[in-house]
Ligand binder design. Structure first.
Ligand code: PEP
Ligand code: MG
Length: 565
């Protein structure tokens, strides 16, 4: 049986069915409006205390930045729009507080669920979590106690809220299987944080499993078995033992330098979408952040974040990393990422359209605010900036001239910044790879964004499932562009990194090392494996194969060749 693997790891344990009692609300006509509003106020106070307790509890177990989720819940609880929607309905319709809360919650949840962006969509579950807590408080419904479970339990649930995860006795939990949720849901985020294997999206899980059934699961590929036989259990136990050995091997990479067998250093960094994720980079001993996707700072808001808000976020990130580099990528909106408050037009070819640097240069005021915030943060750490989707030298020059203007302003106002902050571009449009010698004369570094470089080189939409087989980073055309970019960067004396998904591919890393890549930035959990590969590869041994590989005809031939070296 299969679901969506959302947190890797193998687990074998006993099913514990966690069904939250159903909330049934009746519509009641009321006469005493003040009384209903007072009930709402006191429920809010009570839930507030409860969330505050959870926040304190989570500070100890998961640390300040990940405990932030409970602050976000407090904000929802105190949200004036939600409060006024509920009280207005009580007053206007003379209905009980539970009914008004149910209707208002449904409205806000569907509003968020309707947003295309996956991250914001997932926030609908936060609103549900908070309003459900309020409702349970009003109706005096007590949820099942997750702190009293047996050892090696596999929790089977509709979905798990951060509150459930924090309250449960995690030493006794071996895995989660949920009916709902996806990779960005909180169950998945928390599960990865606690390194508990998790599978989501199993629609009929409650029909399949009973309390006490034995469940074997693999959170990597989403596979699970219910009451497996002896041989099946043995297979899972073997996988479990192998994973443990593998984990030990990778953990032993912590603190070791990322240097190939013949002495070539590669900087191994992590990609992040929020300041909190730096914790993961540090846990996996990342040597910096090679890509900070700033668009997420702009997404869970109803308008652009102010210069001060951005400055504080970039400064916090820079300070958390100390001397390690922090490469901040300026806003990459458009394509598949929307900001509803910008009212972007619908386009026929959004990935070829009003996106990233194009949009920023057009919306100069917004862009200048971001550049200023980045420059200000540059005096608090090892900050570098890079621009997404550059396709012409003119765009780069226009952007640099904006930066120069801001430097002048900062100087005039005596605001400190690092005048030597490195400026780079992402190489994700083939034109730039082809012209990389020219670009290299005008920047301090390149970071190859293979996610887009592949789609633009092969004319394959990166998100279209129908053609996903054509999307392949082993394609010789892509590899030739990567090689040209690295060669040209080095000819002009600048360093070159890679921050697309391909950077974490263990089969590709030796080849990239052979080409001379200086930095690889990837999902933090891949860093230790990448270090293991770098430390077990000799650049001089790969180099002689380079010509042959670049002259192969197909992606399949390249992959096969790489498996053999
Ligand atoms: C890329 O295109 O490779 C990249 C890292 O940027 P994004 O995935 O954010 O487009
Ligand atoms: Mg990109």
């Amino acid at each position: 049986m299969n679901g969506l693997g959302t947190s890797p790891g193998i687990a074998i344990g006993k099913a514990f069915i966690y069904e939250t009692p159903e909330i049934i609300v009746e519509k009641i006509h009321i006469l005493d409006i003040d009384y209903e509003i007072a009930r709402l106020d006191s429920a809010i106070e009570e839930v507030k205390k409860d969330i505050q307790k959870l926040y304190d509890l989570s500070l100890d177990s998961i640390g300040e930045s990940d405990a932030e989720i409970f602050n976000a819940h407090l904000m929802i609880l105190e949200d004036p729009e939600l409060y006024s929607a509920v009280t207005k309905m009580i007053k206007d319709n003379q209905v009980n507080c539970e009914w008004a809360l149910k209707k208002s919650a449904e409205y806000f949840i569907s509003l968020f669920e309707g947003i295309e962006d996956e991250y914001l969509k997932a926030r609908a579950s936060d609103i549900k979590d908070v309003t459900d807590s309020l409702m349970r408080c009003l109706l005096d419904i007590k949820p099942l106690d997750l702190s009293q479970i047996d050892k090696d339990s596999i929790i089977i649930a509709q979905d798990l809220t951060p509150r459930d995860t924090i309250k449960m006795n995690r030493d006794k939990v071996s895995g989660f299987i949920t009916k709902l949720g996806g990779k960005t849901s909180h169950t998945a985020i928390m599960a990865r944080l606690f390194e508990i294997p998790a599978i989501a999206g199993v629609k009929d899980i409650f029909e399949l499993v009973k309390n006490g059934d034995i469940v074997a699961m693999d959170g990597e590929n989403g596979e699970f078995l219910i009451n497996p036989n002896k041989e099946e259990i043995q297979i899972f136990e073997k996988k479990l033992a192998l994973r443990d050995v593998e984990k030990e091997k990778l953990l032993s990479m912590k603190g070791k330098p990322s240097i190939s067998q013949d002495g070539h250093k590669v900087q191994l960094a992590g990609n992040i979408g929020s300041v909190n994720e730096i914790n993961h980079v540090l846990i996996y001993d990342g040597e910096g952040v090679g890509l900070f996707r700033t668009e997420f700072l702009f997404m869970d808001k109803d308008s652009c974040p102010s210069e001060e808000d951005q400055f504080l976020a970039y400064k916090e990130a820079a300070e958390k990393l100390g001397n390690r580099p922090l490469i901040i990528r300026t806003l990459d909106i458009g394509g598949d990422k929307d900001l509803f408050y910008l009212n972007l037009p619908k386009e026929l070819n959004p990935f070829l359209g009003y996106r990233a640097i194009r949009l920023c240069l057009d919306q100069e005021d917004m862009f200048k605010i971001q550049l200023k915030a980045i420059l200000r943060a540059s005096s608090y750490g090892n900050v570098k900036v890079m621009f997404p989707m550059i396709s012409s030298i003119k765009e780069l020059r226009d952007t640099k001239s904006l930066i120069n203007g801001i430097r002048e302003e900062l100087r005039k106002d005596n605001i400190p910044f690092n005048d030597d902050m490195e400026i780079g571009i992402m190489v994700e449009v083939p034109a730039v790879a082809i012209q990389s010698r020219k670009f290299a004369k005008e920047v301090d570094f390149f970071s190859i964004g293979t996610n887009d470089l592949i789609q633009y080189t092969l004319a394959v939409d990166r998100g279209n499932h129908h053609i996903s087989e054509l999307y392949n980073h082993y394609h010789p055309a892509v590899l030739n562009l990567i090689n040209t970019t690295i060669e040209n960067a080095h000819k002009e004396g600048i360093w070159v990194g890679m921050c697309g998904e391909a950077a974490g591919d263990e089969k590709l890393i030796p080849l990239l090392l052979g080409m001379g890549i200086d930095e690889l930035s990837m999902s933090p959990s891949s860093i230790l494996r990448a270090r293991y590969i770098v430390r077990n590869t000799s650049k001089e041994e790969v180099y002689p194969h380079l010509d042959t590989i670049l002259n192969l005809a197909t992606a399949e031939e390249v992959e096969e060749y790489l498996e053999g070296i």
